[in-house]
Design a protein around this ligand. Structure first.
Ligand code: NDP
Ligand code: A1CAB
Length: 270
């Protein structure tokens, strides 16, 4: 594994997941610096992963070859102002912030900055992440390779040519794990209401989500084909899926994705 020096600005949920993925993938913790204002979060990151922690964004960024901006979109402008003069020449900046455009990163960091916008997701923690990436003008092939080396330790990557689609990536795979977790939650609750003990219902839902996810990742068939294999004509699954459709399942998913796309665009305008 490479030992690119990486600085994370913001040590919250997404940074933790990416750092976990990097460390599991063999990236040396000593080559990872994290700037995070909350002392408790810093202590946890240092204890869990052995990474270097600081409360000072500029110090973290100063020696780094790759800087990952993992702060909320709402605080990004202030962070960019702070970092503008702290980046070392040739450093690659990867922002994972939802909605924040390459143009606004460019405004904050100046013309010389090498910029990539990425949208990872939290399964990165176990190397099972999905990251969409788009590069700003001026990004060289070796910058893309550097971004890939950082994000591939967290799972799969896909490069897009059209930045406008990053809000759709955010809505599908960035936020996507939450939809599956919400489904697992509701499935367990429904099992409880139908008589199962809470622990049993939770175990059935979790392991079923794991099994379905494993099949989606390993089987050759499409999601639709896998669904059909479970659905015996006139059987229980068909009854359940008919109830989901009658309740507007397909429309609801479309509405959910549209809402997330809209919110991503709003965050970019703030
Ligand atoms: N969570 C997810 O699944 C995903 C999140 N993202 C993106 O990742 C980014 C972070 O999200 P997430 O990890 O969920 O949020 P968190 O709130 O968990 O993490 C953000 C961290 O940044 C810290 N922070 C706040 N202000 C500053 C600052 N000025 N300098 C340095 N650090 C600061 C926060 O500290 P404090 O709490 O003390 O304010 C917090 O620990 C967002 O832009 C989001 O869009 C992208 C993909 C998926
Ligand atoms: O909810 C959010 O805004 C972030 C971006 C994708 C996942 N979490």
């Amino acid at each position: 594994m490479n030992s690119i020096s990486i600085a994370f600005i913001g040590g919250g949920n997404m940074a933790r997941a990416l750092i976990g993925g990097l460390c599991r993938g063999g990236h040396p913790p000593a080559a990872i610096h994290v700037a995070e204002p909350a002392a408790a979060a810093r202590e946890r990151l240092a204890a869990d992963h052995g990474v270097q922690v600081t409360s000072n964004n500029s110090h973290a960024a100063a020696g780094a070859e790759v800087i990952v901006l993992a702060v909320k979109p709402q605080v990004m402008d202030g962070v960019l102002r702070e970092l503008r003069s702290a980046l070392q020449p040739g450093a690659l900046v990867i922002s994972v912030a939802a909605g924040v455009t390459l143009a606004s990163l460019r405004r904050g960091l100046g013309d010389a900055a090498r910029l990539v916008r990425a949208m990872p997701n939290t399964p990165a923690l176990f190397g099972a992440g999905m990251t969409g990436l788009v590069a700003a003008d001026g990004v060289e092939p070796d910058d893309r390779a550097r971004a890939d080396r950082v994000l591939e330790s967290a799972g799969e990557t896909v490069w897009l040519d059209d930045e406008a689609l990053m809000d759709v990536v955010t809505a599908v795979s960035g936020s996507g794990p939450a939809y599956f977790f919400a489904l697992a939650e509701q499935l367990a609750l429904a099992g409880e209401r139908a008589g199962l003990a809470p622990a049993v219902a939770a175990k059935l839902a979790r392991q079923t989500a794991f099994g379905a996810g494993t099949m989606l990742s390993r089987a050759e068939q499409s999601a639709g084909q896998l669904r059909e294999q479970v659905t015996s004509p006139g059987g229980t699954t068909e009854a359940a899926l008919t109830a989901l459709s009658a309740g507007g399942f397909e429309d609801l998913i479309e509405q959910a994705v549209s809402a997330a796309v809209r919110r991503g665009r709003e965050l970019g305008e703030d």
